[in-house]
Ligand binder design. Structure first.
Ligand code: ME8
Length: 655
C-alpha cells in the first residue's frame, strides 16, 4: 500500500550544448531522492525539463541560421542533448516538460490572464538601459562598468511598455513564510533572502517584453511576450495539468513536496514563486531546497567560464553509478563543493573498490571456497553471539532509521556516511573472525564460519538496498552476486535482520568497482578535458567604416612611463606621468587600477593617443588616452595595456 504521494522537481534547464556535471548534480540528487521515496513506498512524481524561451535563444538561433524552435529541438532531443544526458545518468524522471510544449503555452496564457483579471498584473513602463547593437534591454544593476554586459559597448536610456506583477503587495506574506516556517532550506539562505531582497523593498516585477518575440505571446495584447519567470516557474504546475488538459495530476500531486534549485535561483523560487501562487490563491510548495554549486578550480563550473567537466567522459571511464555516487557522497548538498578528478578517483578507490567491492568479493569468494557456493541451513542463527556479532547486527539493523533521518533532510552525504560506517564495520568483522583460520578445521569450526559469512551477506544486502537509489545498476549486480532476490531487496526487509534466506547461493562475479590507477587516469583525463577553445569573448567587429583621412588625424605615440600613482578616492583610476618625446611631461589618467599595480608599470613603453582634447577626472587633467586590449574572460572584462618593445623611443609616431 502506498504511503502517500511525493512530488519533487529540479529546475528546468536552459538548453545548452554544453551541459556539464554541475547541471547533472541537482538532477542526480533529485533522482536519488525520487528513487528513495519510491523504494520506501511512496507514489512519486519526479519532474524535470527545459526552459526554452527568451532573447538569448532567439539570438543564438539567429547566429546559427535556424529558427529558435529548431535550435531548442536540436539541443534538447538531438544527439548528446539534454534527454540523452539524463538517459546516460540513469535519471528516472516521471515527466519531462519543455516550455515550448503546446499545453504549457496555453496554460501560461491562461495564468497570465488570470493574474491580470485579478488586478495583480498591470500595464506600465519598463525603464532601463538599451544596447542598440545587441537590441537588448538591461537594468542598471545588470550593466558591467556602466556598459552592456554582453558586448561591453555603451548603452542608452530607454523605456518600453510592459506588464508588471504586483510583487510588492506580497512582501509581508513572503517574509513571514520565510522567517516563520521551514519553507526554505538550508536556513542560512533565509537571511540572505530577507536582508538582500525583501528588506530593501520588493519592487514589482516586469513580466512581459516587446523587444523580442521568442516567448509565449500575451494573447490579449499582441506584441507582448511573457517574460521569463511566469513562464518558467509555472512549469511546476502546468506539468501536472494546471490550466490544461494534457495531464490530470494537479489534485493528486500539488503542492510539491520539494523544489530542488541551485543557490542563485533561490530568490525566484522563494520570493517570486510563492507570491505568484498567493496571487492565484493556490497552495504553496512545502519546501524549496537551495543546493550549492559544484566548482572546478575554485570557480563555479559554467560554460562561460570554460571550466566545465563533461559527464560523458567521466561516465565512460568510471561508470555512471560511480559518478552519481561521488557527487552525493563527497559534497554536502547545501554547500558548494570543489570537483576534482583526484577526489573522484580517490572516492571510487576508497569507498567503492576497497570498502564495498572488497566486502562483496571476499564474502562471495569465501562462500564458494569453503562451502561450494551455498551456506548450510541454520547458519542464520548462532546461540552464543560474540560482541562482534552483536555489534554488527545492531549497527546493520538500525541502519535504515539513521539513513532515513538523513535522507528526509536531504543530507545525502550523511546518509551515505551511515551506510559506509556499516560497510567498514563488516570489513573489520572479517578480520576479527579470521575466516581463513576457522577454515583450517571445518569439522570443528564449519558452523561458526557459515554464521560469520551469513552475517556478512546479510549486512551487505541491507547496505545494498539502501545504496540502490544512488547506484541502481551496480546494486542490481551486487544482489545477483550475493544471491538476494526481489523479496529481500525491499525497504521493509532492511529493517528485518535475517531476511536473507540461509540457503542463498552467492556467485562471485566481476569486480563491481575495479580499482583505478590514479596517476595514469589523471594524465588521460587532463588530455581529454583540456578546453577545446579558450574561454575568451571578443567584441564584434565594428560595422561602421571610418575614412582614411579621418583615421590619420589620430596621433598615436610610443610613451614611456616615468611615474604611475593611484588616484585618491578613485578605485578605478591610475595617474601616469609619461615621456612623450617632447621633453615636457604628459599626464594621462587611465581606468585600469583593477588590473595593474602602479609600481609595476614604471619604465614600460606604452601607446597613447595624444591629440584628444584634455579631460578632467577627479580634479586632475588627462591629456590623451592609453591604448589597451579589452576582452571578456571568465565572465568579466579583462584589460591589458598595449606595451611595445622598449627599444622604440618615446615619441615615435605609430602609423
Ligand atoms: O537557472 N553546480 O537554468 P540553468 C551546481 N532556467 N549546480 C549548477 C551548476 C554548478 N556548477 N551550474 C548550473 C536556470 N547549475 C533557469 C531555471 S527554474 C523555474 C528555471 C544549476 O540551466 C543551477 O544552479 O542556468 C540551476 O539550479 C540549474 O543548474 C539550472 O540552471
Amino acid at each position: 500500500m502506498s504511503k502517500g504521494t511525493f512530488y519533487i522537481t529540479t529546475p528546468i534547464y536552459y538548453p545548452s550544448d554544453k551541459l556539464h556535471i554541475g547541471h547533472a548534480y541537482c538532477t542526480v540528487a533529485a533522482d536519488a531522492m525520487a528513487r528513495y521515496k519510491r523504494l520506501s513506498g511512496y507514489e512519486v512524481m519526479f519532474l524535470t525539463g527545459t526552459d526554452e524561451h527568451g532573447q538569448k535563444i532567439e539570438d543564438k538561433a539567429r547566429d546559427a541560421g535556424i529558427t529558435p524552435q529548431q535550435f531548442v529541438d536540436r539541443i534538447v532531443t538531438g544527439p548528446r542533448g539534454v534527454l540523452d544526458l539524463w538517459k546516460l545518468m540513469n535519471i528516472s524522471n516521471d515527466r519531462f516538460i519543455r516550455t515550448t510544449d503546446g499545453y504549457h503555452v496555453q496554460a501560461i496564457q491562461r495564468i497570465f490572464r488570470r493574474m491580470y483579471d485579478s488586478g495583480d498584473i498591470y500595464k506600465g513602463k519598463y525603464v532601463g538601459k538599451y544596447c542598440k547593437p545587441c537590441e537588448s534591454f538591461w537594468t542598471e544593476s545588470q550593466l558591467v562598468d556602466g556598459k552592456c554586459p554582453d558586448c561591453g559597448r555603451p548603452v542608452v536610456d530607454a523605456e518600453e511598455e510592459a506588464y508588471f506583477f504586483r510583487l510588492s503587495k506580497y512582501a509581508d506574506r513572503v517574509r513571514d513564510l520565510l522567517e516563520n516556517t521551514d519553507f526554505l532550506e538550508p536556513r542560512s539562505r533565509v537571511n540572505e533572502m530577507v536582508n538582500n531582497f525583501i528588506k530593501p523593498g520588493l519592487e514589482d516585477l516586469c513580466v512581459s517584453r516587446t523587444s523580442f518575440t521568442w516567448g509565449i505571446p500575451v494573447d490579449f495584447d499582441p506584441g507582448h511576450v511573457v517574460y521569463v519567470w511566469i513562464d518558467a516557474l509555472s512549469n511546476y504546475i502546468t506539468a501536472l495539468g494546471f490550466e490544461n488538459d494534457e495531464y490530470h495530476d494537479y489534485e493528486k500531486f500539488w503542492p510539491a513536496d520539494v523544489h530542488f534549485v541551485g543557490k542563485e535561483i533561490v530568490r525566484f523560487h522563494a520570493v517570486i514563486w510563492p507570491a505568484m501562487l498567493m496571487s492565484m490563491g493556490l497552495p504553496l510548495p512545502k519546501k524549496v531546497y537551495g543546493h550549492g554549486w559544484l566548482n572546478f578550480g575554485g570557480e563555479k563550473m559554467s560554460k562561460s567560464r570554460g571550466n566545465v567537466v563533461d559527464p560523458y567522459i567521466l561516465a565512460e571511464k568510471f561508470g555512471v553509478d560511480a559518478l552519481r555516487f561521488f557527487m552525493l557522497r563527497t559534497f554536502p548538498f547545501g554547500s558548494d563543493g570543489n570537483f576534482s578528478n583526484e577526489a573522484l578517483i580517490s572516492t571510487i578507490n576508497v569507498d567503492l573498490a576497497n570498502d564495498l567491492g572488497n566486502l562483496v568479493s571476499r564474502t562471495t569468494a569465501m562462500v564458494g571456497k569453503y562451502f561450494g557456493g551455498a551456506l548450510p541451513a541454520g547458519c542464520g542463527r548462532w546461540d552464543a553471539p560474540t560482541d562482534a556479532d552483536r555489534d554488527l547486527e545492531a549497527l546493520a539493523s538500525g541502519l535504515r532509521d539513521r539513513y532515513e533521518a538523513e535522507m528526509e533532510k536531504f543530507q545525502f552525504q550523511n546518509a551515505l556516511e551511515e551506510v559506509f560506517r556499516v560497510i567498514q564495520r563488516a570489513n573489520k568483522y572479517i578480520d576479527e573472525n579470521a575466516p581463513w583460520a576457522l577454515a583450517k578445521d571445518m569439522d570443528a569450526n564449519g558452523p561458526r564460519l557459515a554464521h560469520v559469512l551469513y552475517d556478512l551477506l546479510e549486512t551487505t544486502r541491507i547496505c545494498g538496498v539502501l545504496l540502490t537509489p544512488f547506484m541502481p545498476e551496480s546494486m542490481a549486480r551486487l544482489f545477483e552476486q550475493i544471491g538476494a532476490d526481489g523479496a529481500v531487496r525491499t525497504w521493509d526487509s532492511t529493517d528485518l535482520w535475517g531476511s536473507l534466506p540461509e540457503t542463498v547461493s552467492p556467485k562471485k562475479g566481476d569486480n563491481l568497482f575495479p580499482r583505478i590507477d590514479m596517476e595514469k587516469e589523471l594524465a588521460e583525463l587532463e588530455k581529454l578535458q583540456a578546453p577545446a577553445v579558450p574561454a575568451v569573448e571578443i567584441e564584434p567587429l565594428a560595422q561602421e567604416q571610418v575614412d582614411f583621412d579621418t583615421f590619420c588625424k589620430s596621433d598615436f605615440r610610443a610613451v614611456k612611463v616615468k611615474d604611475c600613482q593611484p588616484v585618491k578616492k578613485s578605485e578605478k583610476l591610475l595617474c601616469f606621468t609619461l615621456d612623450d618625446g617632447t621633453g615636457a611631461d604628459r599626464q594621462i589618467l587611465s581606468g585600469i587600477a583593477k588590473w595593474y599595480k602602479p609600481e609595476t608599470l614604471i619604465g614600460k613603453t606604452l601607446v597613447a593617443i595624444v591629440n584628444l582634447p584634455p579631460r578632467k577626472m577627479m580634479g586632475l587633467a588627462s591629456n590623451g588616452m592609453l591604448i589597451s586590449a579589452v576582452h571578456k574572460e571568465k565572465g568579466g572584462e579583462k584589460l591589458d595595456l598595449l606595451m611595445v618593445d622598449d627599444a622604440i623611443p618615446a615619441g615615435a609616431k605609430l602609423c
